[in-house]
Design a binder for this molecule. Structure first.
Ligand code: FMN
Length: 139
C-alpha cells in the first residue's frame, strides 16, 4: 500500500456505535482526520460479531447491519480527501461485555451482559470478569 504521507491516525474506540452500527459521530471523527490530511485513517476496532464486542458501544461487522446507511460512514467519512482507510478487525475475547471507557472500564456491564467467547478459562480480572460458560462445567 502506498500512502500519500506518513501520518497515520491510530485506531481509537469512540464508544459511540449503537447496536454495532457506526453513527454520525464516527462520520465527524474520521472525516475531520481525513480533512486534516492524514495519509492513513484507521477505523477503531470493529468486532467480527456482536458477541465479540468489548462494550455495547463498539461497532461490529454484523452481515445484516453493515448494509444500513450509517454503516457506510466508515468509507464516506474518509473519502473526503481520499486518504487511505484501514479498519481494525478484532474480537474482545475474555474482555467482552464490559463497561464504557469512562465508566468502570473492563468491568462487566451492570445489566444486559452477553455471554463471552474466549480461548481460556482465565478471567480478564480475577474474581470480577465473566468466564466462558463451558469452562465453568466440572469435567
Ligand atoms: C480513546 C482511545 C481509544 C483507543 N482505541 C483503540 C482501538 O480501538 N484499537 C487499538 O488497537 N488501539 C486503541 N487505542 C490505542 C491507540 O491506537 C494508540 O495505540 C495509543 O493511544 C498509543 O499511541 P499514542 O502514544 O500516540 O497515544 C485507543 C486509544 C485511545 C486513547
Amino acid at each position: 500500500m502506498v500512502l500519500e504521507n506518513r501520518v497515520v491516525v491510530s485506531p481509537m474506540d469512540q464508544y459511540c456505535a449503537v447496536d454495532g452500527v457506526p453513527t454520525d459521530w464516527h462520520l465527524v471523527h474520521l472525516g475531520s482526520r481525513a480533512v486534516g490530511g492524514a495519509g492513513l485513517v484507521y477505523v477503531e476496532m470493529t468486532c467480527v460479531s456482536p458477541e465479540g464486542r468489548i462494550t455495547p458501544a463498539a461497532p461490529d461487522c454484523g452481515t445484516t447491519r453493515s448494509a444500513t446507511p450509517s454503516g457506510a460512514s466508515w468509507t464516506s467519512a474518509t473519502r473526503t480527501r481520499r486518504p487511505s482507510c484501514a479498519c481494525q478487525i478484532g474480537h474482545s475475547g475474555r474482555k467482552g461485555s464490559t463497561q464504557l471507557g469512562w465508566e468502570k472500564m473492563d468491568h462487566p456491564l451492570e445489566s444486559n451482559n452477553w455471554p463471552i467467547v474466549s480461548a481460556s478459562p482465565i478471567p480478564y480480572l480475577e474474581g470480577i470478569s465473566q468466564v466462558l460458560a463451558r469452562f465453568l462445567v466440572k469435567r
